[in-house]
Write a protein that binds this ligand. Structure first.
Ligand code: ZN
Ligand code: ZN
Ligand code: ZN
Length: 372
């Protein structure tokens, strides 16, 4: 267990106790958290989920308990569980682990389960409880959306690390190479620049850039291509980077330059609007209205952004219809794009952190269409 892979145990102690308060405030009897980002957030565990139930049960009152198969208790050593006031309830094959998780709770408890819990545990738990559980996000979003000092430090390190990868793009992104070969070099650089892995690498050249979720292919990059590069991964203790820049190899024709200029203005306007008290949907509207007014409304086909932390996509979502009020400590992407099917696409993405009076961008590479 290296200290770099998780925070101080005081951080986790405070989170678990706050989660219990929020469980109480939500009128629930318990929160049941299986392996995934919520468990990692609460106790620093990177355990993975299998058919054998592992779950942290946080009751509204009383001592939390970790239900874990005896043969998997070793995984606890890599979390803060041993340092906290958490009972370990281990079980062996043949025992009813779902009943064990619910033991000590009222007969028909009101519970919430983590979003990442597999159906093979949710369904048996729901059957025993006699009701559909709520989602833990309802309880934990209050905690996970507002990043503390240590989380902000990790997100800043992630932002700087991915900026260094973009700064080196000319080493790999060249006409005549396939998207796949370029992506392999970028993935290696993501690790070399300080991430523990490459979570995703999008190299969308020419028409592939018009597909926001294209990853990479055997397509050979052409000298006239516009290329969307959207990359990220986690740095210790698990916080992600996510940044997009758009590249080309020669100054683009006027139609492309014009659309890109509108995109750049939309992205800057949305970032400029981020401050406490603004609603998430208003930030989305800043980018969307500008692109619509410039005639590119139909070319911007996704939300403006997503929260980021232990998960690449988490709350708050910067999307129409989300009236959530922004508060200091929230971190999310601002990533409008314009897409011309069969031709080209462009996206500009930075992570921003809401501060007391505005926001701090965590990425600082230039926003221009980069001519390599
Ligand atoms: Zn996505
Ligand atoms: Zn991205
Ligand atoms: Zn993103």
């Amino acid at each position: 267990m290296t200290s770099a892979s998780r925070f101080d145990s005081d951080v986790y102690r405070a989170r678990v106790s706050r989660a219990a308060q929020l469980t109480r405030a939500a009128g629930l009897d318990a929160l049941i958290v299986s392996p995934g980002p919520d468990l990692r957030y609460l106790v620093g565990s990177r355990a993975e989920t299998f058919e054998r139930l592992t779950a942290l049960v946080i009751p509204a009152a009383g001592v939390p308990k970790l239900v874990v198969a005896r043969l998997e208790t070793a995984s606890l050593r890599e979390s803060a569980v041993a340092d906290l006031d958490i009972d370990v309830a281990d079980w062996v094959d043949g025992q009813d682990a779902h009943a064990l998780a619910l033991a000590g709770l009222p007969a028909h408890p009101h519970i919430a389960v983590s979003d990442a819990m597999p159906a093979l545990h949710v369904v048996p738990i729901a059957e025993r409880v006699g009701a559909t559980p709520r989602l833990a996000t309802d309880v934990l979003r209050e905690l996970r959306m507002i990043k503390d000092g240590a989380e902000i430090d990790a997100l800043r390190r992630a932002g700087a690390a991915i900026d260094r990868v973009h700064a080196r793009m000319g080493e790999w992104l060249r006409p005549g190479r396939t998207e796949k070969d370029i992506a392999a070099d970028i993935a290696a650089a993501i690790v070399a620049e300080g991430h523990t892995g490459a979570e995703f690498v999008i190299v969308g050249s020419g028409p592939n850039g018009a597909d926001p979720h294209h990853e990479f292919s055997d397509r050979v990059v052409a000298p006239s291509d516009i290329v969307v590069i959207d990359i990220g991964g986690p740095v210790e203790p698990g916080y992600n980077s996510d940044s997009t820049r758009t590249y080309c190899f020669a100054p683009p024709p006027p139609e492309i330059a014009g659309a890109y200029a509108a995109l750049q203005e939309a992205q800057a306007r949305a970032v400029g609007a981020v401050r406490p008290g603004m609603r998430a949907e208003s930030i989305d509207a800043e980018a969307r209205d500008l692109l619509r007014d410039k005639g590119f409304g139909d070319n911007f086909i996704h939300r403006t952004g997503h929260g980021i932390g232990l998960s690449v996509h988490e709350e708050p979502y910067i999307v129409g219809g989300n009236d959530l009020t922004l508060r200091p400590g929230m971190a999310f992407s601002i990533e409008p794009g314009v897409y011309f099917p069969g031709q080209w696409g462009a996206r500009i993405e930075d992570i921003v952190l809401v501060t007391d009076d505005g926001c701090e961008p965590l990425n600082s590479r230039p926003h221009d269409l980069v001519v390599l």
